[in-house]
Design a protein around this ligand. Structure first.
Ligand code: GDG
Length: 457
């Protein structure tokens, strides 16, 4: 019997980063995608093609824990134009409801083309016959088409981690046909939600004049499958960390240090899609109206620094920090802060301890492909405690139906729901959490990877 085909992952970033020690050894990077895919790639004796994350040149391919690592190097100008420019300032805002105005620059696009070509070539050189190539995310949307030209023999999959916009927005993109054609090079194009998948297949039919349905496109003689593959987390990992006595002890300590008040927790990358500013505005309004008592409730915002060289992110940081300062200036007392704001990355254990310490978790992005924080929170509550308030504009809301769903732009509505969450009866909360946890447990990240690869096989 022939063995299963190897899996080659192609992603903007490699799954390993240089350590800071003297030997600068490579360490596996933390993060969902790596946790999700490394076991599969390792099992299938596969490879990972990606950028090492710096302008360092001349890094030779090497093997790490049984995975063959194929670095794609980028120069400073390419990092600026392909990554900070086209990826983060054109595609990211455009695909997130144009919450910030996307910029369209021809030289960014040219760099995007060039870098995608380099990734496609690297993948073509890495893959052997029968291998499966799985391309990840918005940085590399042209790779499936380019790779198919180089290697028509390969099975090619593509997964988009962020939303796929509706026609009204996607049509803004001067290179819309090129992007659609690039994606149609794959055999399976996967999205986070059915809505994203539908946006894509409708646009491909309209702009590329293809036949097909919402779930299948006819590209020449090939059939391209289009579908939703909602990404998830390693449920058992969070569940286990959450159940450790030391996590419990730390959660208790956190609650004690917060003065035994009710804890509202928020954990986000410091990104304008995450709705941090509107959430603070909601809380500020509630405090102003006396709907929230700072003696009895505290907000903890963990904000992980992100894309700090991009102006919009620097502006957002200023807005958020001014709001935190204003609220604390008005409502804190000696030894009793109204909003705790941490602009840093917590360790995984510390993060889970915070999840366990929360009474209410607020995940209120304005638009989000999935949002793993919402799922991690559920997995971290084996005690069935905690209430999840979740934006209906996060992909996760399609699965986590028993969360309290909100429209974060509706400040009054969100405030009402937050009050409801804070006052929820224990039994109701536990029942909701049990259902949420069952959902995340059944659809964990291993199921996600397996289902996608099955569809592609
Ligand atoms: C993109 C899409 C999609 C956060 N703070 C800390 C920390 N985190 C970790 C979380 C979580 C991850 O970062 C954030 O994942 P999200 O899904 O919330 O958001 P994006 O970074 O925007 O990811 C998103 C995802 O891709 C996967 O497809 O869900 O929609 O935008 O895992 O735990 N981790 C640690 N300390 C922190 O302080 N250790």
């Amino acid at each position: 019997m022939r063995s299963e085909p190897r899996v080659i992952v192609v992603a903007n970033r490699l799954p390993v980063t240089r350590g800071r020690g003297e030997d600068r050894a490579w360490d596996v990077s933390p993060g969902g995608l790596v946790t999700a895919l490394m076991p599969t790639v390792r099992e299938r004796r596969g490879a990972w093609v990606g950028w090492p994350g710096s302008a360092e040149r001349g890094i030779r391919p090497f093997s790490h824990e049984g995975v063959s690592i194929r670095p794609v190097t980028l120069g400073d100008a390419e990092i600026r134009d392909y990554y900070h420019g086209f990826s983060n300032r054109t595609l990211w805002p455009l695909y997130h409801d144009a919450i910030r105005t996307p910029e369209f620059q021809r030289h960014w696009w040219r760099a995007y083309l060039e870098v995608n070509r380099r990734f496609a070539r690297a993948a073509a050189n890495t893959a052997r016959g029968r291998d499966i190539v799985w391309v990840q995310d918005f940085h590399l949307q042209l790779v499936p088409g380019m790779l198919r030209e180089l290697r028509p023999d390969l099975r090619i999959g593509f997964f988009l981690h962020i939303p796929f916009p509706p026609e009204e927005l996607f049509a803004w993109l001067p290179w819309r046909e090129e992007i659609l054609r690039g994606l149609c090079g794959a055999d399976v194009v996967g999205f986070q939600t059915a809505g994203d998948a539908q946006n894509f297949s409708r646009l491909a039919r309209r702009f590329l004049d293809l036949d097909g349905t919402d779930t299948e496109l006819h590209v020449g003689r090939r059939k391209v499958r289009v579908g939703a593959f909602p990404i998830s987390i390693d449920f058992s990992e969070f569940d286990q960390i959450a159940a450790r006595p030391e996590t419990l002890a730390r959660a208790k300590e956190i609650r004690k240090r917060l003065g035994g008040r009710k804890v509202i927790l928020c954990v986000d990358r410091l990104d304008y899609t995450k709705g941090i500013d509107l959430r603070l505005a909601t809380v500020e309004q509630m405090l102003d109206r006396g709907e929230l008592d700072p003696a009895r409730t505290v907000l903890v915002q963990v904000a992980v620094p992100s894309r700090e060289t991009v102006q919009e992110y620097a502006d957002l940081r200023t807005t958020v920090e001014q709001a935190v300062g204003r609220i604390n200036g008005e409502y804190s007392q000696v030894g009793r802060v109204a909003v705790h704001y941490f602009r840093r990355n917590l360790s995984r254990e510390e993060l889970v301890a915070h999840y366990r310490a929360a009474d209410v978790m607020m995940v209120t992005p304005l638009r989000d492909g999935m949002n793993l924080v919402a799922k991690e929170f559920c997995a971290s509550r084996p005690d069935l405690g905690g209430v999840l308030v979740l934006s209906e504009f996060a992909g996760a809301s399609r699965q986590l139906r028993r969360a309290l769903l909100v429209n974060p732009r509706d400040i009054d509505g969100t405030a009402t729901t937050l009050r409801e969450a804070l006052a929820m009866r224990r039994g109701d909360g536990r029942q909701r959490m049990a259902i949420l946890r069952m959902m995340v447990r059944r659809h964990d990240v291993h199921v996600w990877a397996h289902e996608f690869l099955e569809a592609l096989a």
